[in-house]
Design a protein around this ligand. Sequence first.
Ligand SMILES: N=C(N)NCCC[C@H](NC(=O)CCC(=O)O)C(=O)O
Length: 448
Amino acid sequence: MSTAREFNFDGLVGPSHNYAGLSFGNVASHNNINSVSNPKEAALQGLAKMRALASRGFAQALLPPQDRPNFRLLRSVGFSGSDADVIARAYKEAPIILASAYSASPMWTANAATVSPSADTADGRTHFTVANLNNKLHRSYEHTQTARALRALFGDDKHFAVHDALPPTPAFGDEGAANHTRLCASHGSPGIEMFVYGRVEFEPEAPAPKRFPARQTLEACQAVARLHGLDGQRAVFIQQDPDTIDQGVFHNDVIAVGNGNVLFYHEHAFVNEAATIATLQQAMDGVRAELRPVRVAAKDVTVADAVGSYLFNSQLLSRQDGKMSLVVPQECQENQAVARYLQGLVASGGPIDELISFDLRQSMRNGGGPACLRLRVALTDAEAAAMHQGVVMTDALYTRLVDWVGRHYRDHLAPSDLADPALAVEVQTALDELTTILGLPGLYDFQK
Ligand SMILES: N=C(N)NCCC[C@H](NC(=O)CCC(=O)O)C(=O)O
């Protein structure tokens, strides 16, 4: 067994962060449709979280934003001419498609990929499968650039394997780490990997949501486990409760979070709670670890309160002293039932004894809490040394990025602002400079 640390790669919020109501089934996205966003504040809120966690000793890094608008998307559906022509025509004829091409959704890096650390894989490398996100137009175009960014960061194929996204078809709907949880005795020891799906493509009789889409299929989960070379005994496939999907739980990380041997979850998270916990415990026996379920009952916190506060979209982080901190959005303190529950939780003598709360309102209004904003990658010291170092959060990087945001980001973005061709130029200028700051030359197509 080797020692390893969990790095959290937060998505740096891009300069075109906006509210376009693009995610049917995501309550916050729907409720904030067409409201005015503040990309500058969004980026600074995300950076503040990264810096605060880094300064507490947690390993913290970032993934860069993607180029916007996505001209590849716009041109592929028939908008042609100069960049300005493309934007003008798209705004006039299909403003939703323009908003999709402008979405800053890659900030939610929990949806970038599924990651299996080297302790779990057959070839002893860290495996990434980029998520195809094919349930939503605006997200389905992320994977090409995500793969490119991950390969720029994890290019050393002695240690890392980055797999392209699964075939972009409903049978393989894949949303990445948002539906994947690793449970283990410690980050460096072999763990079990829990894949949570919403429906089964080839078994139409299996339970499925009726109102909102299930974005992840069992078939996609199995494909990722195969690509990563996971031991069959240690890959567990669990079905999410379709009724909770219909209440706005569009990813498992909106209703459960795990870390180490702790699974913090709502009683209505899974189709069959008792069988799920028993299956996980049995799999954990195989890695000689004991599961510590922390169950939240509906009588204490309803599914609606969980969705409204994003209680489970928290980061559960192991501290050096062996205890765990729960990183929650400030909405949890503002919801009476959730705040009361959390007070009891940290006082209970259980594994979670500290709360860290952040103002992430800009992201939250699009349905993205602390856990959506980060991709977890457990790395040994040798692996951590082999990855690109320019994205590791330090005080110096934080200071440079705050200055960069201050110079390039708008503090007001209304839906009609997407028609302004100057915005596209601003975004490219900002990202061009960012590649110098992060030491990632040529990261974007427009730099060719
Ligand atoms: N739970 C996790 N891991 N991620 C949250 C992703 C939020 C994202 N919202 C959006 O894409 C809204 C964009 C808009 O409406 O403008 C989504 O629904 O895919």
